[in-house]
Design a protein. Structure first.
Length: 155
């Protein structure tokens, strides 16, 4: 029996949400461009199918994406580890996604650029947002993506 899960990617523009979604879905062969509104991807592994909603990160699209998290099993709050301001912006994104009852994962992307986020900062924001897990990845190099995919599939 196929189990379907709605997964929402939320975070500031330029943190790598679309590249991350493309990597997870195996469709990285197409060029990545700015997301307008919402893009959809699917990830299938065994009897689990993830329907990934990639929310645009620009402020002008917030009215469009607001509440897209309704019915989500998981919300991935994505930030760029080389830009600490994107971690702190997740406080707003958890509200924009509007996924009450969903499991929240904090995903730090762009590890290949070097992290400027301290462990203390990361732990504080994760606790504040009720994140079940923090996973650091590089969508460019693939580092940490297996761990993220496994976390998505078991959640």
């Amino acid at each position: 029996m196929l189990v379907k899960k709605k997964v929402v990617l939320a975070g500031n523009s330029g943190v790598g949400k679309t590249t991350l979604a493309k990597r997870l879905s195996g469709s990285l062969d197409t060029p990545t461009r700015m997301t307008v509104g919402v893009e959809f991807f699917t990830v299938r592994e065994g009897d689990v199918k993830l329907i990934v909603f990639d929310l645009a990160g620009q402020d002008r699209f917030r009215p469009v994406v607001k509440g897209m998290g309704r019915g989500a099993s998981l919300v991935l709050l994505v930030f760029d580890v080389s830009r600490p301001s994107t971690l702190h912006a997740l406080r707003d994104w958890v509200k924009v996604a509007g996924a009450s009852g969903a499991k929240v994962l904090l995903v730090g992307n762009k590890l290949d650029l070097g992290s400027r986020v301290t462990e203390d900062e990361l732990g504080r924001v994760a606790r504040e947002l009720g994140a079940a897990e923090v996973i650091l990845v590089s969508a460019s190099t693939g580092e940490g993506l297996d761990r993220l995919k496994q976390a998505l599939l078991r959640s």
